[in-house]
Design a protein around this ligand. Structure first.
Ligand code: UD1
Length: 344
């Protein structure tokens, strides 16, 4: 059984990926410092798969602890490196925190890989590296634009660090996955997105407004050059995204590729506006979401959606879920959270 280290494994995408890895027979070791997640996520994972993953409360920035962790879990076969901060606004306020956390953790892992004979890494990147693309849908060949935030810059620099490191070490291999906008939750509603405090991202704000935790959703701008004036994004079900990680890990471990580095867009290929998301959510759940149009949010790109054909053709992967089902799953998760809060 192959052993996979999942950094950030109690986080939103990390927890869903852990479930899919376990379902496919992988043994998972999670490293997470719980800075933006909760230890209870392990219960959710165990409820779904029947297996509690190994867990180490370690900050990936801590080289010595990471070194010890690799010693403890001998023969890790591959790493999926999710652990990172990801709030765009916060990164503008605290740039050094973002550069330190996101880059030092990556450097530590790349440094420790040859020492502990781990050859393969899957890296979480983002469509943010494209900025506002000139051509849509955006392909992996699109130019990397000047980063709009320190967060975005950490993803660009992270990719560069991987390229430079692998160029100097022929034994290492990596797949870089550029995510579009992951939303939704596992069908069991046992795990999902659990933001700390006021959500930055659209979907948790929508579901928290629907359940009555927030009075009103703010729609950031309706004067963009889009069909209804609100921004357009490519929203992908988090379980579809998780499954792509399993395929990427298998591709590396089973040596299905000769390339040392491959980069894939993970999106649906379909752009939806903020207003379309709200309307579809109301339609599929029957629950109202009060909202008002406010000014633009600084740093937002107008529209971006993926050309996922490279991932479709090369990985044999497609984002299968409909947006309706995805929004239903996000709502089921929010309702489950509310139920749990009542019990407590
Ligand atoms: C942002 C980052 C992306 C990053 C992701 C991680 C940019 C351009 N994008 O995605 O790189 O990986 O966060 O979290 O930096 N919206 C509202 N009201 C809200 C919240 C959001 O109208 O209360 C709108 C936004 O203006 C945007 C859309 O909803 O048009 C999606 O926003 P969000 O979920 O924050 O994701 P991105 O900004 O696309």
């Amino acid at each position: 059984m192959s052993k996979i280290l999942v950094t950030g494994g109690t986080g939103y995408i990390g927890s869903h990926t852990t479930v899919e890895l376990q379902k496919e027979g992988f043994e998972v070791v999670i490293v997470d410092n719980l800075s933006n997640s909760n230890i209870d996520v392990l219960n959710g994972i165990e409820k779904i798969t029947g297996i509690r993953p190994a867990f180490e409360n370690i900050d990936c920035v801590d080289y010595v602890s990471m070194d010890r962790m690799f010693e403890k879990y001998q023969d890790i076969d591959a790493i999926i490196h999710f652990a990172a901060n990801k709030a765009v606004g916060e990164s503008v306020e605290k740039p050094l925190m973002y550069y330190r956390n996101n880059l030092v953790s990556l450097i530590n892992i790349l440094q420790l890989m040859p020492i502990h004979k781990v050859k393969s890494m899957v890296f979480s990147s983002s469509c943010t590296v494209y900025g506002q693309p000139d051509i849509l849908p955006v392909t992996e060949q699109a130019p990397i634009k000047l980063a709009q935030s320190p967060y975005g810059n950490t993803k660009q620099i992270g990719e560069e660090i991987i390229h430079d490191t692998l160029a100097a070490n022929a034994d290492l291999q990596s797949i870089i996955l550029r995510y579009f906008n992951p939303i939704g939750a596992h069908a069991s509603a046992e795990i999902g997105e659990l933001p700390n405090g006021v959500p930055n991202n659209l979907l948790p704000f929508v579901t928290q407004t629907a359940i009555g935790m927030r009075k009103q959703l703010s729609v950031f701008g309706n004067d963009y050059n889009t069909p209804d004036g609100s921004c357009v994004r490519d929203y992908i079900h988090v379980v579809d995204l998780a499954k792509a990680h399993v395929i990427a890990v298998k591709r590396l471990l089973e040596k299905n590729t000769n390339a040392q580095i491959e980069t894939f867009n993970l999106g649906t290929g379909r752009g939806l506006s903020v207003l379309e998301i709200i309307e579809t959510f109301i339609k599929v759940t029957g629950v109202d979401v009060p909202y008002k149009i406010v000014g633009r949010r600084s740093g937002d790109v107008e529209k971006v959606w993926a050309d996922p054909s490279y991932a479709n053709n090369v990985l044999g992967w497609t984002a299968a879920e409909t947006v309706e089902e995805t929004l239903r799953s996000a709502w089921a998760w929010e309702q489950n959270l509310a139920k749990r809060a009542e019990i407590i």
